[in-house]
Design a protein. Sequence first.
Length: 288
Amino acid sequence: MRISKWLRIGLPFLGFILLVNCERRHLILQPTKDDGSWFVLSERNLPTRPQHLHHARRYGRRVCGFNYFVLKGIDKVQATAPDGGGYFTGKDAKPTESPIGYELQLFGKPLLAPPRSTSYCSGATYGAFIEAMNLLYPGGEDSLKFDQYEALRMQEIDGGRREDGIKFWGHWNADGFGNHFALWQYSGMGREIKPANARPGDFLNISWKKGGGHSVIFLGWYKSKKGEKSLVYWSSQKATNGYGDQVIPLERIANIKIIRLTNPEKVFSFNPGTLVTTRVPGDVINFK
């Protein structure tokens, strides 16, 4: 009788306590930590469909700190386009390409008047980053100075295209390891993470073996029963009609660079005149 009563009353209460504690851990405003082990997903953790709003709930259970807010940011971006929203690149098109498909704002200040409702990879990851900042610093408009705000814009003040390599967004959007350029070198808001230390919510740039690259947000590593190894991430790509999760075989990847958000408060104080070097070697994935 006592055992059945505990199962009926005690365990649900314990589950509630654990849930509360997890939520409190997520709200800790500090960099996400890791123990140096590979973050491997089981088959049941793989996305059953590309578009969903469960990134914070599904992948945030094992992370706390700033990365959790990045996962929440993914869900906010994804919610604007439940079907992905479409993928398009072409800066010379009429109208031109749009990094993200909605009017992205930081602390209520506009960053982009989107020329299209479509998106592409670096715009998607930037959107999740900005939405994470909105969650981390409600009321941040009182502390954001014009120079930092202007550097974070995705368009010039006159509405013209911000070219690659120009200020924060220009570095994020540049060819190569844009997250490294913008988050670590330019602003000091992040630091480099090795592949074995990656956790959901880390920003990751891919260099493909066949050329080109991709800006994504890390969700996990996966190894199938047949021994096939993959990277699981969220971004915007043609295969998912814009925003969505994707599982990609590691054999397609030449190298990567991972940056973790560690000092988001520097959004209010970074030097917009900081110089960046693009000569950054990538990391090879040695996932066993």
